[in-house]
Design a protein around this ligand. Sequence first.
Ligand code: PTJ
Length: 249
Amino acid sequence: MSEDVDLPESHPRYESLLTRHRIEAGVDRGITSRQGLIAQGRGEAFDYLLGERTIDSADDAERAAAAHLLSAEHPVVSVNGNAAALVPGELVELAEVTGADLEVNLFNRTEERIEAIAKYLREHGATDVKGLTADGRIPGLDHERAKVDADGIGAADVVLVPLEDGDRAEALGEMGKTELVIDLNPQSRSAEVATVPIIDNIIRAIPTITEHARDLRGDPDAQRDAIETFDADSALTAAERTIREGDLE
Ligand code: PTJ
């Protein structure tokens, strides 16, 4: 991780500074929207209160998410401007390990940004990136925000949506899809409507889901167990409790 910014890893705020740098660079490259900077700031505040660590309930959620992706007929990992800037290679690896499609899907959609993100993912090893066809629609949303690939998110049974806007998360859920949401705010609507809310920083969440997927691959019983023992309401409550009790050091 150290190649993209001149920061000593020993710096107490190393991860946070690196994250900021990546989001800033994402805006400069035309990958991340300017609103993405604001979203990152909001996320950081929650992460600070969580202790900038993966709490146990988030790890359980990450294991359940891995199990859902592995046992899906057609899993898709949705990629927006923040996700692409923060964890491009890690998203490609997760898709490979779970057999999921990668689809660029933007809240503030522009063709230029879709192209730039697809190119960036290819530079990080992706062979097939969806999201450019946009021949499907999510019902109940305005035109631009509704666009998906018919054979991608349109046909998916399980979708991983990192840092999603609440309206779209709700609309995707109404399409009957199993939704796995990464969001540091346990009270965001996206987290509340998710089958599996993952209250963790995407920087930590994606590699951890991949690690669980490697462990669960080829073991349907363990996958079923991870899915059945996960309880979304308890995970949200545990995260909120941690945040409320968080130390402001
Ligand atoms: O690239 P686009 O056009 O698809 O736009 C992406 C953003 C994120 C700008 C768009 O979806 C948006 O405006 O989202 P919101 O409504 O600001 O919600 C983003 C959520 O992600 C908030 O609840 C933040 O707390 C959370 N968040 C921000 N950074 C992180 C995060 N969650 C996990 N990891 C992060 N690094």
